[in-house]
Design a binder for this molecule. Structure first.
Ligand SMILES: [Mn+2]
Length: 350
């Protein structure tokens, strides 16, 4: 059986990453604004690697809020320290490493203030992206950034303890929908190697973390406002919400029988956040998202999962209506939309 890992590439990457981290000043491992288990696990792995090999303590940071109950439980149960970082604070670090996100994706704290030195990620790189970094390891064929970092740990012969194995296992499972979506042989091999060491009780506690009543309020709002148009499910969360919840609802609604794509959106602060999911690559959530945010905001992701952000202007209602029109045009062109909760029994083939 061919080796699923690219250890030649990873060994070279480890040396390059470490030599950039050796520079004067502190090292920041910067995640998405709303860091997910894959990003958090990748940061923990790289933090351990840097500490073991060059005896430096890297800081794990993110720009937004770590809101999703599962992700907060992960930080707490695995005792991972992650800090909220503002764009102004980026200048205080000697080495800036983006993990599980890219410059110009619009979903991290990196603006024009400071270029990234290192980028390690598995999202698609937009054709028009013009950013530069001193070292880049992009593997869009991988299901999780955690798998790239697992290869680094193998090459650097870093001991993977229970805590780190639990984090990486959870990162891989959550980004690949339990190894069922956009997964590469490397992801499966990494999972198989890590799972025996992972703490299964903690895994279960993270995956089924308790949620506040507000969670169900948002869920209720989203169901009330959900429409089905052709094979697309489109959901708006009208009350206040969080980017994490928008992603979660997009994921949930894709389970509707007959659905092939799902889009959820809502306002968080002064930005419209969007999340799209597709049952398979033909749904091309990535291209759909790019078209919806075109000239209004930023977006990116994968063929089956994508995200976007559009800043609100002086007329928020008008902008929201414009976004809705675009979503319908891109994901459900020419299809009549019907409220989910009033779908006729006749359409149910039970
Ligand atoms: Mn990821």
């Amino acid at each position: 059986m061919p080796d699923p890992f690219d250890l030649v590439r990873s060994a070279a990457s480890v040396e390059q990453v470490l030599s950039l981290c050796k520079r004067k000043g502190r090292v920041l491992l910067l995640l998405q604004n709303n860091p997910d288990p894959d990003g958090i696990a990748s940061a923990l792995a790289l933090r351990n690697l840097i500490h073991d090999r060059i005896n430096k303590r890297a800081v794990i940071g993110y720009g937004g809020i770590c809101g999703r109950a599962e992700n907060r439980a992960m930080l707490q149960l695995l005792r991972i320290e992650a800090h909220r970082i503002t764009p102004e604070e980026l200048g205080r670090f000697g080495t800036l490493c983006l993990l599980d996100t890219q410059p110009q994706s619009g979903n991290n704290a990196l603006y024009a203030t400071r270029p990234a030195d290192i980028v390690i990620d598995h999202h698609l790189r937009p054709r028009r992206a013009t950013w530069q970094a001193q070292f880049v390891d992009l593997r869009p064929e991988y299901g999780a950034t955690a798998t790239i970092l697992y290869e680094y740990l193998l090459c650097a012969q870093i001991l993977v303890d229970t805590n780190l194995a639990t984090a990486l296992t959870y990162g891989i499972l959550s980004d690949t929908q339990d190894l069922g979506r956009e997964v590469s042989p490397a992801d499966t091999a990494a999972f198989l190697a890590l799972f025996p060491t992972a703490d299964k009780k903690k895994l279960a506690r993270m995956r089924h973390a308790s949620v506040p009543p507000e969670y169900f309020r948002m869920l209720h709002d989203s169901l009330n406002d959900c429409v089905v148009a052709g094979s697309a499910v489109i959901t708006q969360i009208r009350g206040g919400t969080s980017p994490d919840m928008i992603a979660e609802v997009a994921e949930l609604m894709l389970r509707l029988r007959g659905a092939r794509t799902s889009v959820c959106y809502g306002v968080c602060g002064n930005t419209i956040h969007l999340s799209a999911r597709a049952t398979d690559a033909r749904g091309n959530a990535y291209r759909g998202m790019k078209r919806v945010v075109s000239r209004l905001g930023t977006g990116g992701g994968h063929l089956t999962m994508a995200g976007g952000q559009i800043p609100l202007d002086e007329d928020p209602e008008k902008r929201l209506a414009q976004v809705r029109t675009r979503i319908l045009k891109v994901f459900a062109h020419g299809k009549e939309s019907k409220p989910l909760l009033r779908l006729e029994e006749a359409t149910d083939d039970h």
